[in-house]
Structure formats: C-alpha cells, structure tokens
Design a protein around this ligand. Sequence first.
Ligand SMILES: Nc1ncnc2c1ncn2[C@@H]1O[C@H](COP(=O)(O)OP(=O)(O)OP(=O)(O)O)[C@@H](O)[C@H]1O
Ligand SMILES: [Mg+2]
Length: 374
Amino acid sequence: MTAMALCSRPELIVFDEPTTALDVTTQIDVLAAIKTAIAKTGTAALYITHDLAVVAQVADDIMVLRNGETIEYGSVEKIIENPDADYTRDLVNVRAIRHAEAGDQSERFFEMKNISAAYGTMPVLFDVSLHVPKGQTLAIVGESGSGKSTLARVATGLLPPSTGSVRFDGQDLPSALKKRSREELRRLQLIYQMADTAMNPRQTVGGIIGRAVTFYEGLRGSSRRNRVDDLLEQIEMGSGFYDRYPAELSGGQKQRVAIARALAAKPELIICDEPTSALDPLVADGILKLLLQLQKEKQLSYIFITHDIAIVRAIADSVAVMHRGRLVRFGPKSEALTPPFDDYTDLLLNSVPEMKTGWLEHVLASRRISSAGN
Ligand SMILES: Nc1ncnc2c1ncn2[C@@H]1O[C@H](COP(=O)(O)OP(=O)(O)OP(=O)(O)O)[C@@H](O)[C@H]1O
Ligand SMILES: [Mg+2]
C-alpha cells in the first residue's frame, strides 16, 4: 500500500487510519514500512489516527483535533509527556480502567468443549476448549483470521461445529440455531464490531429494541414502550432517542443501542465481537465502563473478542489466546499475561505499541537480534 502511494513520487502522503483494522503483529510491519519509505524518499506525511501510541512511533509533530478545532499542536514528546489540554491528557491516560481479576475461575457456567469447525471443507477451529464462570469476563485475543469470530458463530449456533459441544450449566445447547428454543436463544446474545451491519437502517431505535422486547418478553403497546425506555435509560441514552434512525446516531450511540437490544433478552452471557474497535478511545472507554457496570448489576458473563491488549488488561478475568484456529493459551489474566510465554503470545504482547517515542525502533531491533540468533 505504501509502495503504491509512493510510485507517483508525491510530495505529501495522507495516511488515514491505515492500521486500524489490523492486528498488532501486522500493524508493526506496516508502521515500519511507512516510516522507512518516508525517510528514504523525503516525502512529507500526514498520519491520521485515534491511537496516540501509534502516532508516537511515526510522527514528528502531533495535532490534536476535537469537534473541528485544534486543541493542541506540538512535538510528539511535548504532547505525550507534557500535554496542556485536559482532552489530550485524557487521550494519553485512556484505558485507565482496571477491573480486578476474579479469584475463583473454575465454574463452568458457559463452556465450549473440544470444538472443531469448518467452512465447507476448510477447517478453521481445532479442538478448542474454554469456559467462563457466571458474572466473569473471558477475553479472546489473536491475530486476524485466527478464528475468534468463528468461535462466536459456533457458540451462537450460526455455525454448527463438526465436533464438540456448547454448554450452559452443564447442559448441551443444540448446535444449530434453528434447534434452539427461545429460552436458549435468550441466554446468549451477540454484539458485533460493526453495529451498522447488525441494524436495520429503516427501523428506529425504538423499533430495533422494541422488536427484541416483543420477541423475548411478549410485551406490546405501552408496556413495550416502557420497557424500551427503561433499556434506553440503562445504556445512558434518554427516551429522546426512541424515534431516531441508526444513521442519525454516532458510532458509540449505535453500539449502546446494540447493547440495549442484547439486554432486552435478559441474557446470561453476551459475546462481544470487537465492539469498540471502530470507536475512538474515549468513546470506547465509555462503552467498556458501561459493560462493566451492567455486569456488576446483572451478574452477566462476557466473552470479549478484541485485538486490543490494553482492553484485555482493563476488563478481563480470564484470557484465551488463539493462533491459527488453535487455543495456545487459556487461564486467569494474571497468569496468561505473565511470562513464561509461548512464542505467539510473546510476539503478540510485544507488538502492542507503547506510549513513548522510539518504541517501534526498539522492538524492530530486538527482533533482528533474535532472528540473527536463530
Ligand atoms: N463465511 C466464511 N466462509 C469461509 N471462510 C471463512 C468465513 N468466515 C471466515 N472464514 C475464514 O475462517 C478463518 C477464521 O476467520 P475468523 O473470522 O473467525 O477470524 P478472526 O479471528 O475473527 O479474525 P479478525 O480478527 O480479522 O476478525 C479465516 O481464515 C477466514 O478467512
Ligand atoms: Mg473477527
């Protein structure tokens, strides 16, 4: 991509969130390629991102924008070490949430046992076993294509596994969606990365949430309306949003509506498939805080799929690391994220950009040393 942009010998290249959808291990290679290309050609570059730790690796100066206004403008060092504006400070300190890990994680409230799955003849998951206790959060991390979303599809019955079982409280769930009862569907809800694709653009917020209220609780008329208002309250959006369409909502608001729709089912487990990766970090933090608060109030279990290790540190009790369809690590957060590591987890954890200059060079240099030693 960088090579393509440089073919025409430009004087300025604009990079608009080029690594946002990538996992951290791939992101490193892209950042290194961008940096080298710019240095070699002497091209000027404008790098747009909501990840300050990324921009600290590639930029000389940073401009912080908010609502169309320049909040702060200065050298990278100045902005990340000594910001003037409160907003910049919030950005630097984002992910200050620290959820203390649960002590006992042995309960197999929700369990996936020896799951293998395939798309047609292409195998994607190989003998994956994991569990999450009531009221706790399991985070699933792993590079793009490692099978995280496929695992979510198997759990929800969208993709029946070729072997293995999905269980609640020791009871097998039917593997196919069509065979699951309404009560079984109610217990397990899914929230997607792209709230857009999961919402009918022609339905209002009230219609979207109301449909779930009618489906799961049989409520209609004013009792349905009251329940929707109550759910809007729970996601900290007033009933004023009832008549809005998805296109009239921000990304964070859409994700809140998706949460309200899931809550309408009074679920016991919610699988969140990268629910915050399309959001800016402060909005994402708001969503994470909301999820944690709802968890406490309702004893919800979460399976939280993410690329973002900072989020894992912030909210998880246990952690599962996926690599090429296999589970390479599973256990309490404190153990899973502490050495000794397997090779893949080591690479993954060392690929998370740190909020300091020179981090990228340091990581690239240490990789050259270790590959020279092999
Ligand atoms: N509908 C599908 N049909 C065929 N193959 C698929 C389908 N969906 C995913 N795959 C393949 O299955 C593998 C696992 O994909 P999956 O979406 O589960 O990965 P992921 O870990 O969620 O990745 P990401 O982090 O990018 O979301 C990939 O090789 C992918 O190409
Ligand atoms: Mg996915």
